[in-house]
Write a protein that binds this ligand. Sequence first.
Ligand code: UDP
Length: 454
Amino acid sequence: MERQEQQKASRLVFVLFPSQGHINPMLQLATILHSKGFSITIIHPKFNSPNSSNYPEFTFIPISDNLPESQDSFGDFGIVSALNKNCEGPLTECIQQMLKAEDPQDRLSCIVYDSVMHFSQSVADHLKLPGISVRTGPAATVLAFAVCPRLDEQGYISFLESMSLDGKSDLLSLLLKELAFSMKKFTAPGFLELRAAVTDSVQRCSALIFNTVDFIEQEALTKVQELFSASAFTIGPFHKLAPTISSSLLKEDSHCISWLNKQAPKSVIYVSFGSVASIDEKELLETAWGLANCEQPFLWVVRPGLVRGSNCLELLPINFQDSVGERGCIVEWAPQKEVLANDAVGGFWSHCGWNSTLESICEGIPMLCRPFFGDQNLNRRYVCDVWNVGLELEEFERGKIEKAIKTLMVDTEGEEMRKKATHLKEKVGLSLKEGGSCYNSLNDLAEKILSFRP
Ligand code: UDP
């Protein structure tokens, strides 16, 4: 069969994890592979269902997730373990039905799953299908997850011994610092189990896909390839390869783009803490006054629920909008990629989610980092200590916020970071062009998938 025809005859099943920072890269990856000729079925829990109408060429299948109406009682990892437990049966059944009704002209090639949905690998093993694990966070998190403390009696796997512990490796010290930080912060039940189960699935998968570029995470990727036998494909940043189709769960307010168009180049600090992180009322007020006092124009995403249980806007001081006037624009949800690509934006105060981090470096925007949890701490280390394109905000305190924004936006220190960010953007751009590392890796991935069920 001709290569192109063979690709048309290959269907990929994607399994989504239902949060914004996971849905976006998975749908981008599906779009990329669709453009390579593969047919796409998206299987997703009913909770936070993506808007299928934006992807008319994909087949969407919701599966039962058995989650209660409110997830408030779940805690940080509860939802992840509930989905891994509750979705295994429905996913198996769904794929079994697909296999039963399989058209030889449209064969199911493999299961491409968000690595957090680790049960998908067990489903793939059970149905004798190849599984591809997709890391929506940085490649280094594969290692950070594997660096579990020894808990042999509970059966956790530890790679600590197999990684060099001589302290010479920048990566290792970065990972251990990240680990120590998150261990202190997260004693939540399910945290270690999640790390162990994800690592276990990575050991069994047929391939790994990373939303990253190899030169920005070289050491991590080399280590991943030493420790895991699955081939790793570094095809990202996905959002640069997929056309901009919105997969937002909240409605994007695009009036901020006309506001941005009226601002001077590189003058605006864009502020967003992503889709999950929350702050308390005091932190919201400190942020508001820090922005009011910094004298720079700002675009601030104040998402409903940013302060838990509140739609937030009513918490802002009554005189706030008057005191900032036209200098400040507040939205509930922004078209972020478009915002970061706008000439007026000169800095991004971010929670350092991996998507936001990639979106920022791809536009050459230096960052003010205020991580909250999970890989955000690791990402902040990359931004501030490895790529040197940002600085850290230590505290939600108006004076510190004002000073940090000024450093980033007007001081020579910030100017240096902007230069480095521009350089990083150019290098990432080259890796995506024909002959670049991401370009080649994507072609290799397509070949690999075609070899699964010829
Ligand atoms: N995002 C957006 N509008 C906003 C804020 C965020 O479209 O106002 C998008 C952003 O572009 C990114 C995703 O939401 O793709 C957030 O993912 P990230 O990994 O940065 O953080 P998370 O939400 O998972 O903490």
